[in-house]
Design a protein around this ligand. Sequence first.
Ligand code: SAH
Length: 344
Amino acid sequence: MKIALQGLLPEELQILCKATGQPAFRGKQLWQWVQVQGATRWDQMGNLPRALKDKLAETHTPQPAKILKESGELGGTRKWLVGLDDGESVETVLIPARDRNTVCVSTQVGCKMGCAFCASAKCGYARNLSAGEIVAQVQLVAAALGKRPDNVVYMGMGEPFDNYDAVLKSVRLLNHPDGLNVGARRITISTSGVIPGIRRLASEGLQVELSVSLHAANSELRRKLMPIENKYPLDELLKECAAYTATTKRHITFEYTLVKGLNDSPQDAAELAARLRRFPCRVNLIPLSPVEEFQGEAPPRATMEAFLRVLERNGLEGTLRESKGKGLDAACGQLRRRTQTDLL
Ligand code: SAH
């Protein structure tokens, strides 16, 4: 597979150009085309010498990702099936709100985590995405919007901390002041609870937001929903989260998907609050999105509101997220690896 230009920092592009016998400023021009203009074809890059482009094209590509299919729904949510160079595909989602556009990117083709209610692992795991393939998803959405998206959330297919290096590099590229310049605080990485990833992120000195998927207030229940509980148990995970907030002086957002009759009782809420209120955090409640492979449904609205009130009464800040994109199979947990037949 060819190396994506979208995954290279300015200094790396300069080195690349120099290696072909070109002056370093060609690297700057290349960066400008790829990261600022969003170019995806060599012939768009009018001010670069043919010889340089021909040479680079042997090993590099300006188009590591292309749109195979687009779908949209009334609320404005849009989803793209994105094709990669080796024939694999991932899904990327745009969630517009009144004052901001949020892009949800995938970090892996498939997922290894195997959470009970998430479609992303049901279709197996193929490989990690490169930093360039992650950035290219944002560039695709920027091109569709005609402007830079405001927020980027690493909440698509895959476990970001199972692909740590590429994910962090993509953050640095998206956050680069000479590139798309998406503010670090407008970038959210969501993990199912990979402790070493949380520890490493704490040491990066980045202002990014961290979300951690919990879905249960105790190990017994969490184990039934998330196999990762066996590797990184809740107690240790929360200890690491507390350490993260102490080191970074930043809060954590916990994601809690509500499933009727499973984890939605006032007792569950009280138990959750008791465990979380020791450090700066908030809870994002997500109604279960329907997934073919999981028997379960979202609780009634009143149950979810009652859950939220118990959290609040116990000193915890929470929000009840409105689920968007269900009509497109683009909501939380509904993204999956697609095959050619899905295109028909
Ligand atoms: N793999 C990362 C990033 C995904 S973020 C993580 O697990 O954090 C997507 C969020 O939606 C996660 O919190 C995930 O657990 C949750 N989710 C998965 N399936 C869902 C479903 N069917 N309904 C609602 N939320 C779901």
